[in-house]
Design a protein around this ligand. Sequence first.
Ligand SMILES: [Zn+2]
Length: 91
Amino acid sequence: MKEITKIKLTDALNWCDENDKSTLFTIQYMMDYAKVQHETVIRFLESESKKQKIKCTCGWAGVMYNLVVDSESGTANCPKCGQEYTTMDEK
Ligand SMILES: [Zn+2]
């Protein structure tokens, strides 16, 4: 999967998440937004389910794809402001 596709799929997923959209709507929206096949969205969502929801003090929040987390400290860098923050569990 191309990096730009991952970014678009992440954007679309975050938007649907924020706006409380149904799973069916989300999948269709992601297909349209990233211009990918249904199968690609499903594969992305399967990998996404292993990722974490995160929130930063600058106000940025979302689900990061390919989030690089230091397993010992449990921290990562915000894609918006670049500062380090603690990750949150999806549950
Ligand atoms: Zn930030």
